[in-house]
Design a protein around this ligand. Structure first.
Ligand SMILES: Nc1nc2c(ncn2[C@@H]2O[C@H](COP(=O)(O)OP(=O)(O)OP(=O)(O)O)[C@@H](O)[C@H]2O)c(=O)[nH]1
Ligand SMILES: [Mg+2]
Ligand SMILES: [Zn+2]
Length: 358
């Protein structure tokens, strides 16, 4: 890679973490690119200069067997551009810095990938519909993935000054960084802009209608229009909602917009819960029993603190709720994996038998 190419890639978030693994993935002919969009198994990639559709190589598809083996938006991949950058073949995925995933919607006990290589998660929620439990769910997910959370309360134009004060009191309890913005009056947009760092990747999360895309438009200013015009050429309408799309701001920050999620289930998030409810976790180390569930045990430091009014009853309730859910899914997921393994063995043995090996 020459220095010019290097700079362009860096502007898309390609840092030393990815540089270090490139030599082991590259055989000289291929180059790095970032997944900018995933749409039902078809991909778009950018190398900073060219954006093009991309397909998985046959070998890639053959060796991938888990959901997390496939590329998601934000992934760095090794590509081979073809036909003068009109299409690319994806040969490999770089190891991920971070991976954002959630439980697949419905009864399925499986993961769904949201995005990868995210540095900051912007949890957008409408100020007129503050929901601590929902915010805590996002915080658990982000903490579990080691992504720094930033809460963004949008639509503050809908609140009276006294309602704003009340809302902030509630937000402080979460112990996370938060910002207040209005996409209508532009209040708070500048402070948010000033926080953003170039070459870092931000993911917009939050329920549908929270104002994620409006915020991104706001941050983008006139630039997004240009992007939309460019996108217009490849047949996508100017007003279509962008789905899990990676966009670079003029200031150099990289954004991934996601479609609003109706339900946010977490799987395997024990450490994310501990981190999100750190005051409860800290007390928990002082309980009489090591495996204390903090529900009814004797000598439970959490219950004691609750009774003395030292921890917030709402937070305690949410903590138990998320923990119960996480434990349940964790067990079901483990069972499912065990079944899959057994089934995989049966198929392997069957194939062997057909081939006539022992
Ligand atoms: N009053 C007010 N309305 C807003 C604000 N931000 C967004 N809206 C409105 O809220 C609605 C939803 O905004 P979007 O930006 O599409 O929300 P989203 O989070 O991207 O929603 P999904 O794409 O469905 O996940 C739109 O009608 C916006 O005009 C705000 O700051 N104040
Ligand atoms: Mg949107
Ligand atoms: Zn306890």
């Amino acid at each position: 890679m020459n220095t010019e190419q290097n700079k362009v890639l860096e502007s898309l978030g390609f840092d030393s973490f990815f540089h270090n693994s490139f030599s082991s993935l590259n055989n000289g002919e291929f180059s790095p690119a970032r997944i900018t969009e995933v749409n039902k198994g078809s991909f778009r990639v950018s190398d900073g200069t060219h954006e093009m559709p991309a397909e998985l190589s046959g070998k890639f598809m053959f060796t991938a067997d888990e959901i997390s083996d496939y590329p998601t938006t934000g992934d760095w991949v090794v590509i081979q551009p073809l036909d003068n950058f009109s299409i690319a073949v994806i040969h490999d995925i770089f190891p991920r810095k971070t991976l954002l995933k959630r439980k697949a919607p419905g009864k399925k006990v499986d993961f769904q990938l949201i995005a990868s290589n995210i540095d900051f998660g912007l949890v957008v929620q409408s100020a007129d519909a503050l929901n601590l439990n929902s915010l805590e769910r996002y915080l658990v997910m982000l903490n579990e993935s080691r992504i720094e959370p930033i809460i963004v309360m949008s639509k503050i134009d809908l609140l009276s000054p006294s309602e704003l004060v009340e809302m902030q009191k509630m937000l402080i309890r979460l112990g996370s960084r938060y910002l207040l913005v209005s996409n209508i009056t532009s209040k708070g947009i500048e402070s948010l802009s000033n926080e953003l760092q170039p070459c870092r990747t931000y993911c917009l999360l939050g329920s549908s209608g929270a104002g994620k895309t409006s915020l991104l438009n706001k941050l983008f200013g006139e630039e997004l229009l240009r992007v939309n015009e460019v996108r217009g050429k490849d047949g996508k309408g100017r007003h279509t909602t962008v789905r899990r799309q990676l966009i670079r701001l003029q200031s150099g920050s990289i954004f991934i917009d996601t479609p609003g999620m109706r339900e946010l289930g977490n799987l395997e998030v024990a450490s994310g819960i501990e981190q999100t409810f750190d005051e409860i976790a800290a007390l928990g180390t002082m309980c009489l029993f090591k495996d204390c569930t903090h529900i009814h045990e004797k000598g439970c430091a959490v219950i004691e603190a609750l009774e003395q009014g030292n921890i917030d009853p709402d937070r305690y309730k949410n903590y138990l709720k998320l923990k119960k859910e996480s434990d349940y899914y964790e067990m079901s997921h483990l069972e499912k994996r065990k079944k899959e393994k057994t089934f995989g063995k049966i198929i392997k043995n069957y194939k062997k038998m057909k081939r006539g090996d022992d």
